[in-house]
Structure formats: structure tokens, C-alpha cells
Ligand binder design. Sequence first.
Ligand code: ADP
Ligand code: F6P
Length: 512
Amino acid sequence: MLEPPPPPPPPPPRRLVVVSNRLPLVLTRDADGRLVGRPSGGGLVTALLPVLRDRGGVWIGWPGIVDHDDEVKAALVGAAETAGYRLAPVALSAQDEAGFYFGFSNEVLWPLFHDLQSLCNFDPAYWRSYCDANHKYAQVVVAETAADDFIWVHDYHLLPLASELRRAGVTAPVAFFLHTPFPPLDIYLKLPWRFALLRALLDYDLIGFQTLRDQRNFTQCLRALLREVRLTNRAGMAHLPDGRDVRIGAFPIGIDANAFQRQASSPTVQAAVDAMHAELPNRELILGVDRLDYTKGIPLRLEAFRTTLRRHPELQKRITLIQVVVPSRDDIPEYRDLKTRIEQLVGEINGEFTRPGGRWVPIHYIYRALDRLDLIAYYRAARIALVTPLKDGMNLVAKEFCACSVDEDGVLILSEFAGAAAQLQHGALLVNPYDLEGTADAIYRACNMPQSERQARMRVLRRAVSRQDVFRWVNSFLEAAIASDLDAFPLPDDYLPSAEAETAYWQTEFAE
Ligand code: ADP
Ligand code: F6P
């Protein structure tokens, strides 16, 4: 009998082209007009950097400077030589920065997608600027890509990019991943451009969300607003009237857990941790690390810490909160007001509890970006991480803390409203950030938790974080992008908490 012919070899992998609002470095000019670069902040860059380093490819985005010239291009070519992938800049003007970045992206979509519609500024000029800027990104993508590339667009700044690319004749597959939450229908409906944006999203071939919650919100909007779209495969596929199919899925993003763990175990970090403990002896360190953002729940967290100290005076002098805040979007009034509010609260709380001559200061407030090793040293030195966003797509800080807790005795207090809660609910102490007393109770419980429980919980967390790392996220996303059948989605059960597992937590809560 003849042997069956061998299967055809798999097609060569496509080159990865990542498009995001920002490049991984921000260029500015110093007082002498010289260009200086610093790493970009935020979860998107933390997650994608190891992916591009691993796979190579092209990263297209804005270098954060508006006076764009040949010097900027040359600086990026230089940076790319050491990075191992190409950096292609999008030139934005000062008007684009105001209307597209600060305006539509961060005064409309950012608050709306985090359920904070009262903070939205629905200025029609912002919408026009958003469309113009997306057109500029598309022009760079067209110039930089070929038909056999895989184009992967990221985040809310670039929702209409696929439409622009299709209009320009791009035929390569174009996929999208939203790093933020997607809001429920009744909130999404507030958006004056709700139809245009939903339709634009359907020009992608694959749309990925952080959690099933976001995927469900999105498909509910499709059902309600675009009746011509038919959803099948448990709402994992949208069939369009023109015959096209769009895949929809949830892909919880991860971190490069091995790298964090390795660095947390390094002698440099160990020395920094020892120095911190020597400076603050006999102290439980509680850590908050966030970009300055009203979605992160920093004022409520400070209030909850104050409540803890008031309700449990025996913890005074025993615990110190280290709150690290990285500056962000400081041209937007809400962000400036938030900074003032945080500074006021830190002052009030330190004023309430600090005693003359005493060496205990309840809150240490750090307002700057930290070097990676310094940040890791804080993660490792802290006994408790307080990660209490009002709403968050994922929240990588929670995962980074677990990966760095190499002694396996840290306690993660995590907001129910962080995307990470779906995966980390079994090891973390989940809290409602609006519930000051509940959060204070969780802090108290964490301070008094026996070592055996801390270790058992942290082992569960570390296992989840290292199994569901950023490389698995990329692989699962790219495999879903090429799978011919959505039922062949290569997501094992432990990767994505099922809808039942996601809701089980709430059912237990409500049953109490
Ligand atoms: P977001 O993307 O909204 O900022 P994430 O928690 O997902 O929120 O990601 C924040 C990222 O920024 C993490 O990778 C974290 O390590 C980094 N980061 C946060 N604060 C600082 C800081 N002060 N210095 C350096 N990096 C920081
Ligand atoms: O999804 C979070 C996010 O908006 C990312 O897109 C970005 O990397 C990060 O926050 C930082 O924000 P910005 O680029 O506005 O400084």
C-alpha cells in the first residue's frame, strides 16, 4: 500500500508588524535642544517589548515628540540597531497631540472604556483629529509593510486603523488587541460616534480582548447596534453581510515572568532589598505602584490605608505604605487634579499619624518613573501589594509583584474590577476598591496572615502568572488569527477562566 503523502510544510511565519500609539521610547529635547530618549511607560510597552525582542519585526508608533525631523529618524535607527527590530516613527503635529492623543483617546475613549462617562469631553473637534491621526498611522503602515506581513494593531488610539488600511488597498491580515476594558452597552451608547467605531472595528480580521467580560460587552453592543451582523461560535465569530468573517476572542495578556523572576533573584536586587529592610526595620511594607491615572483608585486606596490605621491602632508603626506613581498625561486637567488630590491625602494621613521625634512615616510617596531593577526591588521587599484599580483592562503590576515574590510570602490584595482578577482570584485577596472598610479588613488580614497561608496563596498566583505568560499570550493570539476553525482555538482550560469560573466568584459573594 502506498504511504499517504507527507503533509505540506507549514507556510513560513509572517513578519510581525506591531502598531501602537507609542513607540517603546519617548524622545524629548533637553535644555540645549539635544534629543534624549527614555523608556515609554505603561503595560502595553512592558508586554510587547519581550515579544518584539524574541520574534523581531517592526514596531510602528509615535516617538512622543512633535517637532519631527531627520534627527528623530536617525535617533530611532540607532535605537533599533540595539533593539533587534525596526522602529518606524509616525510624525504627529502639536494639533494631533492635542486632539488625537490628549483629546479623543484620553478624554473620550479612556474614561468611557473605564465606565467613567462623566469624565468624558465629547468635543467633535477631537473626533476629526482622531480620524486624521489614524490616517497618518495608516500611511506609515502602508509604506512599511508587504502583503505577506501580519499587522497587529494595539489599543484604543487606533480603533479605525484597519478601515484606513483597507481603503489604502492593504490586503495583509490585520488584527487588533484592546488593552483596556470594553464597556457595557449602556455606557458605550453614550459615545456620539458609536456606530462609526463599531463598524470600523469590523474591518479587522481578529479582535482580541483581555477578558470574557470585555468580549461579552463588545458582542452585546454588536447585537444591539448592528443588526446586520450575525454572531456564531459562542459569539466568537461575526459574519458580515458582505461575506467576511471576523473572529472575536479573549486573550488575557501576561508578562515575561521568567525575566522578572530572574531579576528579582539577582544579587543587585537582593542588595537593594536588604538596604530597604535595614532602613525600615521591623516594618511590613505595603506597596502601591501605578501610572498617575484616575482609573487606578489611588485616593480611595489611601483612604482605605487611613481606615486601617484608625481601626487597628496596633498596626501603627508596624506598617508603611510605599506608593510609587509614574507621571502620565499631565496636560489633561483631571490628571493634574488627581496629582494634587494624592499629595493632599498623603500629607493629611502622614500629618494625622506621625508623632514628633518618631521615626515612623506612614506613607512614603514616590512620584517618578523607576528603573526596572529599582521597581523589582520594591516588589520583592514588599510583604503586601495593594492593587486596587476602579477598573483595569488587566493590570500588569499585579502579575509583576507575584513574579518577583520569589520568597513566596507576599500577599496580593487585588481589585475585583481589574482584568487580572479573573485569573488571580484564587490566590489573591479580592476587594471592592469603593469599600473602604472591606479594603481595610483585607489589609489587616494580610498583615496577620500566617506564613503557611501566604505561601500557599502565592504559589497559586506564581503558577498562574508563569504559565500564562506573555509568550503564551502572543502564541495563542497568532494561532487564533490563522486557525481556520474557531473551535480549534488553542486555549487550554487553565488559560482562560470560563464564563462559569468568572462568575463563580460573584455568586459566592452574593450568597454570603
Ligand atoms: P497601565 O498600562 O494602565 O499603566 P499596567 O499595570 O498594566 O497599567 O502596567 C503598568 C506598567 O508600568 C507595569 O509594567 C509597571 O511595571 C510599569 N510602572 C508602573 N509604575 C512605574 C514606575 N513608577 N516606574 C517604572 N515603571 C512603572
Ligand atoms: O492600555 C494602557 C495604556 O493606554 C497603553 O496604551 C499605554 O502604554 C499606557 O497606558 C501609557 O499611557 P500613555 O501612552 O498615554 O502614556
